[in-house]
Write a protein that binds this ligand. Structure first.
Ligand code: ARG
Length: 462
């Protein structure tokens, strides 16, 4: 084997790596996505080596210029990635040798791929978390816009998918805003947890060189260096945090997608979606199917799968570094790509969605949704306990059911049959709009509450 083709660690090896192992051992097709972070980390590491007089300035500058040249080559698609050199770190180092010769051999002083890879990966996950947060902000804004135009849109709120109580459609949409806000917080918290720089812990035990980890940490935008070298190279909590936050966010989006699918069905007919968000059937000419929503729902499984795979990978690993961990990149990249697309498509979906206001209102009168309001009226006006009032309300429902009438179709005489000392103003409790507006308790669905919430949220998401 000519030296030119040898991997950097070949000195003690008599045979080349088996081809079949090379196939799964090489991660370059995946981790080349870390090239910017890898080169940045190497440049800062070199600057530190110069500052600490571990290498000469002249040599350091050659290394840095070589690295910048490589960055340019990769950016312009002129870099030839080679599986033989396993991963992004060794591909870059190998190329550095061909550009600046033996000076390249000084770059890896006081560093190991073990600290290098997590430095790269932490930087990348920070960037990805920020991008996710940005897209969640856009999604929240679209939900806010839709809720603003639907404050007076009344629909049945469901529990167990049975009509429960009337709500404002805006209030329902704002529920998702709360979920997405928590998702954002999770990604923001992760950025804080991630904020300790691994660079300089070496393979696992630290290094005998007089390095300055505070310098590299600061230059790379971390709050501080990590405290324990063994933990540093063993730790993939930051990967799990990302995957878990992505999974929870994907789960929220999937619930939203599921509701769109149900509400768009010919049975519910609560919403319509723009043609851009529908597809046709190859056999049934009448069909318009909500494929994008279905795909979002289906793809949440990929996010959960990545989390499950990573947890399983980690659970049996003794300290510290093992090659098992190399699989983490693919899981995170897949999960991120999937989630980002799901967020963007959800944004398109919410924009393209039209509530069928008449159907929503009609349906909110189905299923005796104001039965609780009637019971509450009796407690508040007729001095009854809630349990007594509940029984009277149940009697009224039985009567309405028997007469095949909705509660708002009953007349005062019929209601009086159930309880004879009622005031005529009781009849307003069967009006769903009135029901909504009575829910003035903090966080309830009254118009007043919703307006307040929307204006507060609009200030938060300008
Ligand atoms: N590509 C490797 C990974 O992502 C880099 C670390 C390699 N370290 C080692 N000791 N083989 O895990």
């Amino acid at each position: 084997m000519k030296n030119k083709n040898k991997t950097v660690w070949s000195a003690r090896f008599n045979n080349a790596t088996s081809k079949i192992f090379e196939k799964i051992g090489a991660s370059i097709d995946i981790d080349k996505r870390l090239y910017k972070e890898d080169i940045l980390g190497s440049i800062v590491h070199t600057q530190m080596l110069i500052k600490q007089k571990i290498i000469s300035k002249e040599r350091g500058i050659k290394i840095i210029n070589g690295l910048k040249k490589i960055r340019n080559e990769i950016k312009k698609n002129k870099f030839k990635f080679n599986k033989k050199y396993e991963d992004i770190h060794l591909n870059i180092e190998k190329r550095l040798f061909s550009i600046i010769g033996d000076n390249a051999g000084y770059l890896h002083i006081a560093r190991s791929r073990n600290d290098q890879v997590i430095t790269d990966f932490k930087l990348w996950i920070k960037k990805a978390s920020k991008e996710t947060i940005k897209n969640l902000n856009d999604l929240i804004k679209s939900f806010l816009k839709k809720s603003e135009s639907n404050i007076q849109t009344i629909m049945p709120g469901f529990t167990h998918l049975k009509n429960a109580q009337p709500i404002s459609y805006a209030h329902y949409l704002l529920a998702y805003v709360e979920m997405f806000k928590r998702d954002k917080k999770r990604f923001t918290n992760n950025i804080n947890y991630i904020d300790e720089c691994p660079l300089g812990v070496g393979a696992l035990s630290g290094t005998s060189y007089k390095i300055d980890r505070n310098f590299t940490s600061k230059k790379l935008g971390f709050k501080k260096p990590t405290d324990n070298s063994i933990d540093t190279v063993s730790d993939r909590d930051f990967v799990l945090d990302f995957l878990s936050s992505a999974s929870i966010c994907a789960m929220h989006i999937s619930r939203f997608a599921e509701e769109l699918i149900i509400w768009n069905s010919d049975i519910f007919k609560l919403i319509t979606l723009d043609d851009r968000m529908l597809t046709g059937s190859s056999i049934m000419p009448q069909k318009k199917n909500p494929d994008p929503a279905e795909l979002i729902r289906g793809r949440a499984g990929k996010n959960f799968g990545s989390l499950q795979a990573m947890l399983t990978t980690m659970k049996g690993l003794p300290l510290s570094y093992y090659k098992d961990m190399q699989e983490d990149k693919e899981l995170v990249f897949n999960s991120y790509d999937t989630l980002l697309q799901s967020i963007i498509i959800s944004n398109e979906l919410i924009k393209s969605l039209k509530p069928n206001k008449k159907r929503m209102l009609d349906l909110s009168n189905e299923g005796y949704t104001t039965a609780t309001d009637f019971a509450d009226y009796l407690v508040q006006n007729n001095d009854l306990s809630f349990r007594e009032a509940y029984k009277i309300s149940a009697k009224l429902i039985n009567y309405a059911e028997e007469k095949k009438k909705k509660l708002n179709q009953l007349n005062f005489n019929e209601v009086k049959k159930i309880k004879n000392d009622l005031n005529k103003n009781v009849m307003k409790v069967f009006d769903v709009k009135n029901s909504v507006n009575l829910k003035t308790s903090l966080g309830g669905t009254s118009t007043k509450n919703i307006k307040k919430m929307i204006s507060k949220l609009k200030k938060e998401f300008k």
